[in-house]
Design a protein around this ligand. Sequence first.
Ligand code: ADP
Ligand code: GN1
Ligand code: MG
Length: 356
Amino acid sequence: MERKTDAAPYEIAKKFCVAGKITEIITYGGGHINATYLVTTSQKRYILQRINTYVFPDVDGLMRNVCGVASYLRGRGIETLCFVPTRAGEPYLKGRECWRMYEYIENAVAYRKSESCEIFQEAGRAFGAFMKHLNDYDVSTLTEVIPDFHNTEKRFSDFQKALSADVCGRARNCISETEFLLARSDTYSLITEGLRTDEIPLRVTHNDTKLSNILIDADTGKTRAVIDFDTVMPGSMLYDFGEAIRFGASTALEDERDLSKVHFSMEMFRAYATGFCQEIKECVVRRETHLFAYSAYLMTAETALRFLTDYLSGDMYYATDYPEHNLVRTRTQIRLASEMEGQEKQMQEIIEEILS
Ligand code: ADP
Ligand code: GN1
Ligand code: MG
C-alpha cells in the first residue's frame, strides 16, 4: 500500500470544533508515524494529525483505545490528551484520509534527546506512573491495533522475509548490519517466552515510551502529560522500560550519522531506572526484575530489526527524509545494542541496588 499524500490541512481543520478563526497551520513535531500540524487560531492552538492508516488500518479501534485511555486518566485528575470533536460531533474525521485533533498543551517540551539526568529521571517516573495508573484499566476493552507489536521473534522473522525478498536491491548495502542481527537470533525470545509461561505478567502498557512521547513543562521540568497513546495495548512492563532506555540513554539522536557520537550512557540508565522503579516497585515481579537490563538490549535490537526491515522493504512504515534514513537509524541502534551487551551485568546491578 502507498503512503497517502496530504489533503489541504486548512480545509480539514475547519471541520473541527476550533475556537476562533484559523490564522496559521505549520507542520510540527518529530513523530515517525502520523503527519502532525500545529493549528493556530485567534484564540487557541491545536494539534491536527493525519492518522497513518498504513500503520493503523483499524482507525475505529485505535480511536476507541486512545479516547478510552484519555478519559480514564482525566477521570483520575491527570492532565492528558484532550480530543476536539468534529463539527458533526464525531471523535475524528473519517474519509479517504482520517484526521483527529487535540488541544495543544502549551509551554511544554517534547525532547528528542535526554538533555540532563533530571529530565530523564522525570520521564522514568512519568512512564512508571502511567503504567501504574492504568493498572486497573479493563484490558478486554483494548483493541490490539498492531498485533505482535513487541514480539521480537516475529519481528526477526519479518526481517528474514524482507531480506530474502530484497525488493529494492538494498540487501547489498547492509551486509554487516544484517550479520549482526542474524548472529543474535537466539537472544530474541526471553520476554515473549516469559509472557507465554505467565512468569511475566501481561499489563496495560504504553509500548512507545520514547522521551519525545512525554511533554515536560518548560518552566518546572515536571511532566505535564504522557502522549501518543496509539500503541497502548496489553504488553510487558519490560517493553516500556527497554524502549525508553533505547531512545533516551543514547548520547546522540536516533538518526545520528556520525557513530563516534553514539554511546550508551550508564548515567542516563541509572537516572531513568531510578524514576521508573520508584513508581513500579510495589508491583514488579521477580522475573521482570531480572530482565530489566536485557529489555534495554532487546528493544534496541528489535528497533534495529524494524528499521532494517523497512529499509529493505522500501521505507513503507517510518517517515524518512532521505533514502538511507532507515539504514542510518539501524546503525545507531546496532551501536547502542552492542555497547549494552558488554554492560548488562553493571546495568543489572544498578537495578538490584535501586530495588533493594
Ligand atoms: P507520532 O505518532 O507520529 O509520533 P505524536 O502523537 O507522538 O505522533 O505527536 C508528534 C509530536 O507532536 C510529539 O512528539 C509532540 O512534539 C507534538 N504533540 C503531540 N500532541 C501534542 C499536544 N497535545 N500538545 C503539544 N504537542 C503535542
Ligand atoms: C515510532 O510514533 P513514534 O515516532 O513515537 C514507532 C515506535 C518506534 C519509534 C522509533 C507505532 O514511534 O514503535 O520505536 O518510532 N511507533 C509505531 O523511533 O510503530
Ligand atoms: Mg510519537
